[in-house]
Design a protein around this ligand. Sequence first.
Ligand code: G6P
Length: 611
Amino acid sequence: MCGIIGYVGHQEAAPILLDGLERMEYRGYDSAGIAVRTIDGLQVKKSKGRLQVLSDMVRGGADLPGTLGIGHTRWATHGEPNDINAHPHVSEGGNIALVHNGIIENYMELKDYLMSKGVKFTSETDSEVVAQLLEFHYNECHDILEAVGRVLRRIEGSYALGIISSDMPDALIAARKDSPLILGYGADGNYIASDVTAVIKYTREVAYMDDGEIAVITPDGINVFTSEMDPVEKEHKTVDWDVSAAEKGGYPHFMFKEIMEQPDAIRRTVFPRIRDGRVVLDDITITKEYLDSVTKVFIVACGSSYHVGMVSKYNWERLLRRPVEVALASEFRYSDPLVDENSLVIIISQSGETLDTMAAMREAKRRGGRILAIVNVVGSSIAREADDVLYTWAGPEIAVATTKAYSTQLALMDLVGLYLADLEGTVSAEEYAAVVEELQLLPEKMEKVLEKKEDIQYFASRYFNHNSVFFIGRNLDYAMGMEGSLKLKEISYIHSEAYASGELKHGTISLVESGTLVVGLGTYVPLFDKAMSNVVEVKARGAEVLAVTVESMKEKMEKNADAIVAVPDTHLVVQPSLGIVPLQLFSYYVALMRGCDIDKPRNLAKSVTVE
Ligand code: G6P
């Protein structure tokens, strides 16, 4: 949601903080700020708007000399995005500056208490309460670490905190609960950050903070403690991707780069898991015996990850011949879910930090369910808490609108579905081999679709000024359309809806009039003719139809569509992985033509760590 960075070492802190914030701007971008301990004490600069405004304000950091500091890029929850509500927040006495990601749920109560003691607040945020409370306790005990301990015992909710104090010239303090925070061990100093992308330029050696931990970071080392202040030995991990993976590398937008990276991301995710024509999932321990004991299968996720679940429901039910329930994490967690010790719960999350998804996972676990997580970010909270984890190897995804993470999740879910179906004995040898083969051919076929980008750009130029779009399709096309529609609305702000074609006639077709844009999806060959009749129905009511189909059906589709993109044929389990690519490109080009901020769409954030 928000991005946090902290540095203490032998270098100037401010340029490092600004650079780290720039790499994390995708996490939130309505305001930003930094605090540096200078020889004149704590200096804080913050500003509404993009990071560039702040960077210009402090002349790239030159105005804030000092080797200890914290920074923050915000996605507003409490209080509108403005200079005052931006972080860092400073205590009334000016002794403490703090950055926070998460939500302090009992902040009103604490604020009332502090105000009754005469403390004056300047912002509307829940985060300022933590800074004020910290100073309040510090004034009682004159020991900053002890004061942090007291504060953490009083606050409820989620937090990643970075704290500096004018009384602590060489150290910053970090704490975490339900909000990601990593520790970075560098040659010239040490770091804290919400995400490894912020520090990868400086160090590859990191450790992941666990809930309840407090860390004291100095130029020469990092000491971590439990909430009872017992020392903790952290396992150091080496980040193995290159810094260029988190940079645009000549592409105009991260989203475009990430769309183009999909074939390689699929290769990395799929190829090592297929050996001699067999799906090998070394990382999981699910056996035939266990699977026989499973009575319910759930897939739980949010956003695009949920859409992967929708596609997988169709595919898994086909392969496994058993019901699969897909749920939105934000609904599932409060639905008194029917999970028990015989339930297998698949959790899908790119970031591994989405709060609703994490809460749903914990609820399922509490009820005895076994958790298999599909996650992209290594070491993230969901990855660490799940019983089994399978990583998508998409690499860092920076654009808010997901593309390569979605594609790798989809391919990995196909592999898992196939693996489980094989254990169950519900998939024929022929079908198993055909899906495996097509998954291996997927990157190449995807490249063929990407080669058609100019055609899609042309269609976008024809349709970018439409204000309402329907994505219609049946079965897997319907599930895929949900993602296509989300992509379009996320980055181009065009109202769009995905509809099961057969359901249109029960109400929604009344919205179709002359010139309405309908994206007709016809890649699911078994129901092509049915889908086609629905396309004809909307055409008859004046709709303009942009069709996405497979090469084998192109000719048939041409008769009824105004514009057409054909993707290579593949096994129908794998087909959505190809069909989604033109939809991603279409959204991208439409947003480009409408002058939208593609990588950082309004009101959104990539990693949503609040409810
Ligand atoms: C945010 C992102 C979406 C993403 C969703 C779930 O809303 O903007 O692109 O699909 O979170 O995120 P996750 O990291 O759990 O997959």
